[in-house]
Structures are given as C-alpha cells and as structure tokens.
Design a protein around this ligand. Structure first.
Ligand code: XMP
Length: 527
C-alpha cells in the first residue's frame, strides 16, 4: 500500500508539460507562467515527433506562437499524430493556427496586423469552458499576429472573439484541444495567468507537485549520487545563481564543497563581505576569499576601451581562479550556475548540444588543464525558479532579489580609466542610489538600478566658491529579458533625494544626471 502511494506521488512529481517552440519571443515567458503553477514544463524543438513526445508522457502539450505563416511553404509544421495521443493540447497564436489548419479550417492574412490590447468576449460555450473558468465574460488580452483563423474547422466550437477576430479561442468539441489567438503569458492579458492555470490544472489535471522543496530533495539525491565522496569547487560571485548553486550543493555534500570568491576590487560597497558572511554563518562550506584587487587594478592601468577592460578582467579572473582551484587537493567537480535560458540560448535545449561553459563574468572559459567535471544543478531553472529555490534554501531576500551585476563589475561603470580613486567614488554613489531606491520600495519594481561615473568634470557652485568636479549618471530600467528595456519612471522626489544625498555626501561629485534612454538603441550599461 505504502509503495503504491509512493509511486503515485513520484508520478505526480514527475508531471511535465511540453512546450513546442515555434519561435515566439514569448515562449520562455509562457514556460515561466506555466511553472508558476508548480508544474514542471520544458521547451522542446517544434520538430519533435509524436513518438518522442509520447515517450516523455506529458500531461499536456502547448504549441507556442511563432513569426511564420502556417500557409507559407516551409513554415514549421506540427506532427499531426500529436493530436491523437490523448493528451490535452493548447495552441497559442501560431500554435492555434496550426491546429486550425490540421483539422481542416482556414487561416488567412488579417487585413491589418493586430498588435496590442483587445477586448476578449467569451461566447456562451466559452463561459462554461474549463479554459476560461473564473475569467470575466469580457476581458483585456494582448494580440500580436498578422494571420487569423478565418474558417474554423467543422467540429470545433468558438469560445471567444474580439472585434477583429471571430475565432479568438476555440476547442475541438469532443477532445481537450484548444486554440487561443492572444498571448495569455504577457501581463497585458489581464486574466492570462488564470487562463494558463486553467489549462495546467483544470484541463491537464496537474497535481502541482513541482515545488522547490521537492526540487531540493530530488537534486540532493542526484548530487550525492554524482559527487560521491569527491570534492567540489564553486565560484561565488555575489550574484544569485552562483549563491543558489553553492547553497544547494552545500545542502547535498556539506563541507566537500569549497567556494572561491575572487575579490577583484570591482564589486559594490560591502558586497564581498556580505556574501562571505551569509555563507560562513549559514552554510557548512569552506570559503576562500582571494584578494586580487591589486592584480586587477594593475592589469587595468591605463586601459580605457570597454572590450579591452572585459578581456583583461576575464583573463585575470581565470588566472586567479585557476591558481586557487589548484590549491584544493583532489577537487574533481566544478559547480556552475548555468540556468535554463543559458541552455536554451546556447542551443542545448534545441539541438541537444552541451551548453557552453558560462563563467559568471561571461568572458572566456576555464583552461582545459583544470579538467573538472561540471556540476550544473540549475540547468532546468529559470531565474524566477532560481530565486524561489534560493529562498527555500534559506538565502536572505537581499541576496536572492539582487539586481544583475555585470561580471566586469564597476570597471564598466567607471567610464574611461579604472582607478582606485574613481572606484571609491562610484562605490559610495552606487550605495546611496541602491539605499534610496530600496527605501522607496522600488528595488523589486525596477529590474536594474545603478550609478555610472562619467569621465568628465563639470562646473558647479558650492557656497561662495566655484567647483569643477565629477558627474554621475543614475540608470534605472525595467525589463523582462534584458534584451530590450525601458527607463524607469522614478518619482521626482526619489530622484531629488538621490541627487542631494550624492552631492552632499560625496564631495568629489557636483552633478547628477538621470539616464532616460531605452534599450535599444542604448544598452543598459554605458560601456
Ligand atoms: P547591456 O548593457 O548589454 O546589458 O544592455 C544587458 C545585461 O547584461 C549585463 N552585462 C554583463 N553581464 N558581463 C556580464 O556578466 C558583461 O560583460 C556584461 N555587460 C553587460 C548588464 O548588466 C545587463 O544586466
């Protein structure tokens, strides 16, 4: 009896929804929204055959959106046998159009591309459909398509329409095969989260067992099996991913883990100290902090070109890290914070190739003579999953929610030559910016907020005297994927406090400007 129970719970824990990727910019977001329902999902190539999919025993399949037109020659198709597997299917945008075409409906070019908000009106069938349970009869959704379903297949029922789209949602009458023209994964689809939950839980019947507590239990077993009694090393950068990897491996193999933190002198104020404290106080790990500040500064002397700075920092990091790693007797494994987007973007999920090694500074790789075996326990996780895992492992909120910080650190925020004096100024200014943003409860609302020290002086007046001092720029952006970003509309009073504090507290600075450029055409960092 207990064995049977265990088998059932194991089965529930291994439930998976597969997302066939037809190339939409929103596919990763769709996967993240699916996972928010404590249900594991994986993005797989759109060419996957029904047999390959059946072998994974998914509880549901989602066909993503994509930029092609289903009726064009060479447009990616879906293996029609997928619809015969008896597994619920949800087609989103292009995915819906594929379903339509497969079942004999017609897809045509819309008279004009529809991009933006639309009002979704549920039909009578829609209002009682499992997909729209709890969704208002009329709700805002986000459209982004050039084609639309013109004639619905015969045995489908329409669940919803918009003013320009007669079939904005439909369902095969006798099977759980659904199509929706809008994107439920973007926040502009006001009840999109409910619709995704309805599909995952209501239609696919997920038991919602993919919790971080279960993930930890499973990973700890796997890590112990992989590592045995050997020693592992892990580079700790102060960022979320490396901290979570270290915490997870420490949970699995305790003091067999040695963390190496390379202090390159380019970190934010108190950063190294606070990461070191968290690990020393809460985890049973050996921690080496390698003070290499002088070495980095000397290597950067006189260098002003940003890419040159990156190269120097990358190669110096490798030298220091390798030297420290070689001192650890018998270390066989190297733990890395590779996360799912890195795997997808390097082709690992699509082509089954190994992910390229990504060090936290993103420059170069480790030399081959180190000969470590890689341990990458976060390969299946998105950033949001990683953060939830970090909290479950007991890492503090400030560390788990830390904004991304570039590997080359303050060196690319100190425009021009990097000197100890400039770094000291920038560290103080940056700390004020972060402190005030946090005080105003805006740290979690913005994606990345920081200061940049400009390589110019400007004239000012202080008391009766003229000053000729440094200028700093404050940069704050909102973004989902860091590929595009908009500048944050920070309240004027917060900007005012930041500015006056910087000018009053950092004597070397007499002017503060706010960066109001979006990406593109600007980048997030200035260098
Ligand atoms: P950009 O400036 O390209 O930045 O819009 C996008 C994101 O990447 C971070 N960034 C880096 N991260 N090494 C890194 O590890 C780098 O050389 C680097 N340059 C930029 C940047 O902070 C932002 O989050």
């Amino acid at each position: 009896m207990s064995n049977e129970k265990q088998t059932q719970s194991e089965q529930n824990q291994s439930e998976v929804i597969l997302i066939l990727d037809f190339g939409s910019q929103y596919t990763q977001l769709l996967a993240q929204r699916t996972r928010e329902n404590h249900t594991f999902c994986e993005i797989i190539p759109c060419q996957s055959s029904a047999a390959e999919i059946a072998a994974r025993r998914p509880i549901g399949v989602i066909l993503s959106g994509g930029p092609s037109s289903v009726y064009e020659e060479g447009a990616p198709q879906v293996d029609p046998e997928i619809f015969e597997l008896g597994v619920p299917v949800l087609g989103v945008c292009y995915g819906m159009q594929l379903i339509c075409q497969n079942f004999g409906g017609r897809v045509t070019a819309a008279s004009k591309k529809e991009y933006g908000r639309a009002m979704l009106e549920l039909t009578e069938e829609g209002q009682v459909s499992a997909l729209f349970a709890g969704v208002d009869a009329c709700s805002q959704v986000w459209m982004s398509h050039g084609d639309k379903v013109d004639v619905s297949p015969g045995n489908f029922e329409s669940l919803a329409s918009t003013s320009s789209c007669p079939y904005a949602a439909f369902k095969l009458k006798d099977r759980p095969i659904y199509g929706i023209q809008f994107h439920p994964e973007v926040t502009h689809s006001r009840q999109g989260r409910e619709i995704i939950r309805n599909f995952v839980v209501g239609v696919c019947g997920s038991h919602q067992c993919w919790t971080m507590a279960n993930f930890i239990a499973e990973s700890v077993d796997k890590l112990r099996a992989q590592i045995g009694t050997q020693r592992v090393i892990c580079g700790l950068s102060g960022g979320v991913d490396s901290a979570v990897v270290a915490a997870l491996i420490s949970r699995a193999v305790g003091s067999q883990l040695t963390c190496i933190c390379v202090d390159n002198g380019l970190m934010r104020k108190n950063e190294i100290e606070s990461v070191a404290r968290v690990f020393r106080e809460n985890f049973d790990v050996n921690l080496i902090v390698a003070n290499a500040r002088e070495r980095f500064l000397t290597a950067l002397k006189g260098v002003t070109d940003p890419q040159e700075k990156r190269k120097i920092i990358g190669s110096t990091f490798i030298d220091v890290f390798s030297e420290e790693a070689k001192k650890i007797d018998g270390a066989k494994f190297l733990a890395q914070g590779t996360i799912y987007p890195d795997v997808i973007e390097s082709g690992g999920a699509k082509g089954g190739q190994a992910a390229t090694i990504k060090l936290h500074h993103n420059v170069g790789g480790l030399p081959e003579d180190l000969e470590f075996q890689l341990v990458e326990p976060l390969r299946e996780l998105f950033k949001g999953d990683t953060r939830r895992l970090g909290l479950e492992l007991g890492l503090p909120e400030e560390l788990v929610w830390r904004h991304p910080f570039p590997g080359p650190g303050l060196a690319v925020r100190c425009l021009g030559e990097v000197t100890e004096e400039n770094l000291a100024i920038l560290r103080e200014v940056d700390a004020i910016v972060v402190e005030e943003i946090t005080k105003a409860n805006l740290y979690r609302e913005t994606s990345q907020t920081f200061a940049v020290l400009l390589p110019i002086n400007s004239v000012g007046v202080m008391g009766d005297g003229r000053t000729y001092a440094k200028v700093v720029a404050v940069r704050s952006v909102s973004t989902v994927d860091f590929m595009t970003a908009d500048w944050s509309r920070l309240p004027y009073d917060v900007l005012a406090t930041i500015s006056s504090r910087i000018i009053n507290e950092v004597p070397a600075v007499n002017r503060v400007v706010y960066d109001i450029s979006s990406k593109p055409p600007a980048t997030i960092e200035w260098e």
